[in-house]
Design a protein around this ligand. Sequence first.
Ligand code: HPA
Ligand code: ZN
Length: 328
Amino acid sequence: MSYKEYPKVELHLHLEGGAPPAFIRQLAHEKKTDLSRIFREDGSYEYRDFDHFLTVYEAACSVLQTPEDFRRLVLAVMEQSAENGVVYSETFLSPDFCGGGDLSAWREYLHAMQEAADEAERKMGVTLRGIITCIRHFGPEKAKPIALCAAETMGDFITGFGMAGAEMVGRPGDYSYAFDMAREAGLRLTCHAGEWGGPDMVADTLRDLAPERIGHGVNAIHDLALVDRIAEDGIVLEVCPGSNVFLGATGDWPEHPIRMLRERGVKVTVSTDDPPYFGTTMTREFEGLARAFDWTEDDFAELNRTALDAAFCDDATKDKIAKLLEAT
Ligand code: HPA
Ligand code: ZN
């Protein structure tokens, strides 16, 4: 069967990473910027490996320059999500790309994105919430003003704080000041770890930054005692199988650790990460899992419930989304 229409809850999507290449090409055209080097002839994004992906990603972000650009971006990304049955999306937002982490600039960008989120909810039926992320390879000092942006704008829309970027730069504890500031402000926490780093990176992230969710976390599979601890502590993994397979962070679909993690009692969820960069959609994620592991609607219903339980939004929003899921 096709899972396109099946309702889905997604917790791990980088807003700029969801930008359709045609959208970025159009902005580049409007701003008379030559970005041809980051596109293949067929129009898709071109890069060699994960580090080069981050470079291409930042080049694509260079044409996102105003609050209006981000308003359009939110609508373009949510259109893709809604088309793939997503009813609730938690999306990583990076003030570094919205005025360089300046708080008053960030407020203007955020206002535009929130307006677009309201429009997407009204017109497309997808509810969006934001998680502010600092960027690891920009260093711990740059993470502090980003945490301040998060602390100062938390509310119904901005619900969490996290860290993306190059996982092998520095150690988790280098970023504890930013995470402590966000935690003290009352934000919920998630952090990328265990996509490229080993189980030690996941363990250090849990010890030093104490997030309740981990972005990816799949390399925990190489230390079963750690897997059992993650399961016992109820840490939720935002697993992105299509991204892992595409980038070679794990083996192919049939060997992907999500199955074993789930079977050992870990709370796993499924997301796309940066869908047009990795040739995926939420439909393709569900279909890949169905093919690789014979997962059925019962399995996907459980993944959705786990994701909604682990979502950072308020209870009224969760109740509304739960009703949409129950209707299937
Ligand atoms: N991983 C880490 N950092 C990122 C990503 C990603 O997939 N996308 C944007 N920043
Ligand atoms: Zn990610």
